[in-house]
Design a binder for this molecule. Sequence first.
Ligand SMILES: [Zn+2]
Length: 120
Amino acid sequence: MQMFTSTRDKYKARHYCADCADTNKEVRAELAAAHTAHFLDITDDPQEIEGKTCEACQRLISEVSDHPGTYRLQAQVTFPVDVVLQARSATDAEYQLDEGVERADFAIAMQDLREECWRG
Ligand SMILES: [Zn+2]
């Protein structure tokens, strides 16, 4: 069992079961919004879950199985990088960096940049 709680509405916490959290479109949207606003809590503490019912399916959350397993996910990662590279002008350096970063594999991109600089 696992309980998902949105406290976006500060007057009424909304609890959801693992089934609805994984499959119910409206629940997923609510949880995503709660997560973005930092109003989402996820727990598998039996004491917290005891007696709570799911807002969407009205079942006792303690009676709904969770879905343990391995999940493959994707995330967009954005981070700033300081790079020092050799080029014949600042503009050339800028374009070289852009070209390198556009490629998917960051390690290969950096390797290419280095090689291009030596050749250039
Ligand atoms: Zn439910």
